[in-house]
Design a protein around this ligand. Structure first.
Ligand code: GLA
Length: 384
């Protein structure tokens, strides 16, 4: 952990608390979380650290390394939604409000300082990492403890209700429950979490298209509404399906939905089947190549049926899926730009990654940055 930014804040202070929350890769299960499905996430070895220092009055401040011109100043009992350059602070403010609503917030003021080694806006969920790191530091400042399940729902609520993003629990759940060398399997309907081991000698890579997405303003909310509309249309035709991920293929085929809703629901239904097959395959020692095919199919389905891909994501996936040392590659996260995740043999290296990135640059005149990550432990208190 680079300590400079924190060291400066800590001059002449002796009471402070620190936390760390990792970013995450959506491994498989695209847009299933808010449809009550089961998803597979991977917490990565990069994230956000939050230092909290108590004050003796009701003043609060939030500062982030690299955003020195956007330090938010305020009062603990006056939480106001921010715009413009202060927009980043809506995630911690939302968490503060969610804690206050549950009587878990500090009653006195504080300064919060953040630093991050997580690349932003490429679908690694820096927002969930920011929420979880904030919550863990504020809970320490308040002298309160909660279980990780509650931490996840509290942070998801902050994002749904205060930030206004209708996300599910994939991001917060993976960041909270990450484990070294494992995937986090989340049953989003029951809100249950499990670790499942990845095969030895495999790696995860992220290739960024360089296209920035802003999920709040993007088609994410439209897809969310379309999934709800598909579910109501199915139930209007006599089904009683609690969540779209639970629809059976046959029911869907017979329902005569309009083409758009049919495509969205087909993606959700088939993606859920792929997650189940992947988990069963891991248990029965299915080859990584066969497991990887499920990731490839996931990308095709996102592209054709869920329509949350773009030509840059499609091209990166095609290049990666054609590489002999890649088991499977697919868009990761909300989509509409952002990044492709590749699950590879451990002999896939920076030279191979650079060759893919060069081809991408040749086609789109845009650089694709790439990163290798390890499956890592979840959000936690830290010491300095
Ligand atoms: C974003 C959201 C998640 C999830 C994914 C798509 O990352 O924050 O909750 O819906 O998109 O699977």
């Amino acid at each position: 952990m680079n300590q400079d930014f924190f060291d400066e804040a800590l001059t002449n202070r002796d009471e402070y608390f620190v936390s760390f929350a990792p970013g995450r890769i959506e491994f498989l299960g695209n847009h299933l979380d808010y449809n009550g499905g089961t998803v597979l996430g991977m917490a990565v070895n990069a994230g956000i650290s939050c230092l909290g220092i108590p004050t003796n009055d009701s003043s609060i401040s939030m500062s982030s390394e690299g955003l020195e011109d956007a330090v938010l100043l305020g009062k603990i009992n006056c939480i106001v939604k921010q715009t413009g350059k202060y927009k980043w602070a809506n995630y911690p403010l939302g968490v503060l409000q969610a804690l206050q609503n549950r009587d878990l917030a500090p009653t006195k003021g504080f300064h919060l300082y953040y630093k991050s080694d997580l690349p932003t806006a490429i679908g690694l969920s820096s927002s969930a990492a920011l929420e979880l790191a904030t919550a863990i530091t504020l809970l320490q400042l308040a002298g309160k403890e909660i279980d990780p399940e509650t931490l996840v729902t509290l942070c998801r609520d902050a994002e749904n209700k205060f930030v206004g993003m209708p996300c599910g629990i994939l991001d917060q759940g993976t960041s909270a429950f990450g484990k070294n060398n494992s995937l986090v399997k989340i049953d989003c309907r029951k809100e249950e979490y499990e670790s499942i081991d990845l095969p030895q000698n495999t790696q995860a890579w992220i290739f960024d298209t360089g296209i920035k997405h802003d999920l709040v303003d993007s088609l994410y909310s439209v897809r969310h509404q379309e999934c709800r509309a598909a579910l109501s249309a199915l139930n209007d035709r006599g089904s009683a399906i609690p969540h779209l991920s639970m629809v059976e293929k046959k029911v869907l085929q017979d329902a005569n939905l309009n083409e758009n809703l049919y495509k969205r629901a087909t993606h959700v239904c088939e993606e859920q089947a792929r997650v189940i097959q992947f988990c069963q395959g891991l248990e029965s020692d299915m080859s990584s190549a066969s497991l990887g095919k499920l990731l490839q199919e996931s990308h095709h389905s996102s592209s054709l049926n869920f329509e949350n891909s773009c030509k840059e994501l499609d091209y990166l996936s095609e290049l990666l899926n054609g590489h002999e040392n890649v088991h499977g590659a697919r868009l990761t996260g909300g989509g509409f730009g952002g990044a492709v995740m590749a699950w590879t043999e451990d002999c896939f290296n920076a030279t191979a990654a650079q060759a893919i990135s060069d081809k991408f640059e040749k086609r789109f005149k845009l650089k694709s940055k790439f990163y290798q990550f390890l499956p890592s432990n979840g959000a936690r208190k830290e010491t300095l």
